[in-house]
Design a protein around this ligand. Structure first.
Ligand code: ADE
Length: 241
């Protein structure tokens, strides 16, 4: 997969794109990560990316030309089978979810558009962008952190990116339930003990215990995730216990 990020602050991405799992995925050639400073696509002598809003009012508005030109320079030069999705990060966008991450992970090329401080000229939304995404109901100073969140969650779903292939499959949200509690050594730490069942060696009982913990944790913390789902017989029993 190829990911390009349109931003006025490319330095913000340096650590994220070169560290940990994303950095390794990049080194292994599993994902190509680029930043493009769309100020490089301005044509006026002040290199301005924003201007005053028509109709008056406070704040500045990102101009259409630099962003259109920056995106077109990519779509003209990069030969991929399908047209890339152009994703605008903004608080008004569709709420980003694991389902959306899974959908985006099937694409071959994504372009992210990040603004800072300003609003966007509506023609960017209407004619350049294919998706608008929000990472939650709060406002950040720019789209860079949200783009990093989306890129991280998409990249970790690409084949080969996570060392342990099963870990993306058993994640919270992928299974529709939150994850069960996990323990490692020591068996007893400051009087806090690992549940006996996990030491029993009885795989079937351990599986059942984990399914139950996953279900009860979801019921307690995120009952909204169970809405509209038909509970299994064992889940009905656990709920009533
Ligand atoms: N830009 C500013 N706040 C944002 C948010 N919550 N999600 C996506 N982009 C944003």
């Amino acid at each position: 997969m190829r990911i390009d990020v349109m931003t006025l602050f490319p330095a913000m991405f340096e650590g994220v794109f070169s560290s940990s799992i994303l950095g390794k995925a990049k080194d292994k050639g599993l994902v190509e990560l680029n930043t493009i400073n769309f100020r490089d696509y301005t044509k006026d002598k002040h290199n301005s990316v924003d201007d005053y809003p028509y109709g008056g009012g406070g704040g500045m508005v990102l101009k259409p030309e630099p962003l259109f030109e920056a995106v077109e320079s990519l779509t003209d030069s990069v030969k991929t089978e399908a047209m890339p999705r152009v994703i605008l990060m903004c608080p008004q966008g569709e709420k980003f979810t694991q389902k959306k991450a899974e959908e985006l992970s099937k694409e071959s090329h994504l372009i992210f558009v990040c603004g800072h401080y300003e609003g966007y000229d509506e023609r960017i939304r209407e004619f350049l962008v294919t998706d608008e995404l929000s990472i939650g109901d709060y406002v950040l100073t720019g789209g860079e952190l949200p783009a990093m969140v989306v890129i991280d969650s998409v990249a970790r779903l690409l084949p080969g990116v996570l060392g342990n292939e099963t870990s993306a499959v058993t994640d919270s949200f992928s299974t529709g339930l939150l994850e069960y509690p996990q323990y490692t050594r020591p068996v007893s730490f400051r009087g806090m003990d690992v549940p006996d069942i996990l030491l029993s060696g009885h795989h079937l009982n351990i599986e059942t215990w984990r399914r139950k913990q996953s279900f009860l944790r979801t019921l307690e913390r995120r009952p909204d995730m169970l809405e509209g789902l038909e509970l299994s017989k064992e889940q009905m029993k656990w709920k009533q216990e």
